[in-house]
Design a protein around this ligand. Structure first.
Ligand code: HGY
Ligand code: MN
Ligand code: MN
Length: 433
């Protein structure tokens, strides 16, 4: 059980610092400012990883950090680590943060809230003149979403070792541009050795991206884990032919074959079980012309379930259906796995710190697991990690309609500040592992 020093970790002879508090106006103003980087007409964000808008957001974050005298380090996959020094720089850091990249027509808070609530924690410690025992490091993870460069969780995956740096830098977008080229273009191919970063505890703050907290009127989600994720690309190769001269019996129509597979994926909530989440989010058709029978189709598939055995079942059904459709429609099908994340159980002690921080501030809290994926899945493989959620309106996320209430934003940052301070002041000998 963590022993939490009530103090603030300052040296005894200095005048006592004031108790650090979140500055609500500053937090809300920062959220609004960052929502201008990649703002869409629909009130959301189009801030794809390593695009110009992501570059602007990254530059702004680093500029704020440098003005405050924090250490700014960038690793070779573009992850940004901003450190507020502690009394003892030899101790492992307390890590906060999330991601600044968004979905193509995503929301203003998915990821950005976690980065900017983490920034507000550092600024609040400054304002109160509090020097924590351990350094506190804020991270912006590269390409969490995987919308432009697949797979997602890319930057944290390199640090966790789930993908090599070379493979990650070589990933290409739909136009064949690589991650490495974009890192160079924006100036974010750094040299910091993030694999050597020693982390005492990690706290990621995020919107729930689901309806439970709002529906139950609960302030804080204390997240104990994340369900398993598996992504696939399915290639369907037929033959493009003239739409007017080719009898249906002579067709090898890749799009019709793909449509059969989309139906199979949609039925998996019945054929596997109702807790399975199976989605075909993307289809790329070639040549994509009205009067050409499509010769090629590529589907993106996202499968999630708390139990990996159920994902095995879903994967087996997908592979069997692809083979059968290939036979029936005279097309070649290939199923390629592009991401595999096992279910994650967060560190119990770190999770308990969040629970107790919420209680100390009189905030209601409930324990929950996450349906959405997060970089903390990768962090948890290297350090004691956990997450805290705030509600979002109607549980909406990955849409421009994503929204939060100001009070929710402030509650989450306040609980984060308390948990971070306690963790950062845990005795040097305390090793949560
Ligand atoms: O896909 C996810 O679960 C995350 O929101 N990127
Ligand atoms: Mn996110
Ligand atoms: Mn997301």
């Amino acid at each position: 059980m963590a022993t939490i020093s009530a103090g603030s970790g300052t040296n005894d002879d200095a005048p006592g610092p004031s108790d650090p508090r979140i500055d609500p106006d500053r937090l809300l103003a920062t959220l609004s400012r960052f929502a201008t980087f990649g703002a869409t007409d629909g009130g959301g964000l189009n801030r794809l990883s390593l695009g110009d808008a992501d570059g602007q957001a990254r530059d702004e974050l680093c500029a704020i950090a440098r003005r405050r005298g924090y250490r700014v380090e960038v690793d070779p996959i573009g992850n940004i680590f901003i450190t507020r020094p502690g009394l003892d720089e030899t101790l492992p850091v307390v890590l906060v943060g999330s991601h600044l990249d968004s979905q193509p027509f995503g929301g203003r808070y998915d990821g950005a809230y976690g980065v900017l609530a983490g920034l507000e924690v550092l600024l609040s410690l400054d304002d109160a003149g509090v020097r924590t025992r351990r350094p506190v490091t804020l991270v912006d993870w590269t390409n969490e979403e995987g919308a432009r460069f697949s797979p997602g969780l890319l930057g944290s995956g390199v640090v966790a070792g789930t993908i090599s740096l070379a493979d990650a830098q070589a990933r290409t977008d739909a136009d064949g541009i690589t991650v490495g080229q974009e890192l160079d273009r924006l100036g974010y191919r750094g040299a910091f050795d993030s694999s050597s970063l020693a982390v005492h505890r990690s706290f990621e703050t995020h919107i729930e991206q689901g309806p439970v907290l709002e529906r139950t009127g609960t302030d804080i989600g204390v997240v104990n884990g994340v369900q398993a994720i598996r992504w696939f690309d399915v290639l369907v190769q037929g033959q493009d032919r003239h739409a007017g001269t080719t009898a249906h019996s002579d067709r090898q129509d890749a799009l019709v074959a793909a449509a059969r597979l989309i139906d199979v994926v949609d039925q998996m909530a019945d054929t596997v079980d109702e807790d399975l989440r199976a989605t075909v989010g993307e289809i790329r058709v070639q040549p994509n012309s009205r009067n050409v029978i499509p010769g090629r189709a590529v589907l993106s598939i996202d499968l999630r379930h708390p139990d990996p055995a159920r994902l095995d079942q879903a994967e087996e059904q997908l592979r069997r259906a692809a083979a059968e459709v290939g036979e029936q429609r005279g097309v070649r099908t290939e199923v390629h796995q592009v991401l595999e994340m096992p279910p994650t159980a967060f560190d119990a002690e770190t999770t308990d710190l969040i629970r107790r921080a919420a209680a100390s501030l009189g905030r209601s809290a409930m324990e929950m697991s996450s349906g959405a994926g997060h970089d903390s899945m990768n962090v948890a493989s290297r350090a004691p990690a956990s997450m805290l959620f705030i509600p979002c309106v109607d549980g909406l996320s990955h849409t421009q309609a994503e929204d939060i209430h100001d009070e929710w934003a402030v509650n989450g940052a306040s609980v984060l500040l308390t948990a971070v301070r306690w963790a950062a002041d845990e005795p040097a000998g305390h090793s949560p592992e």
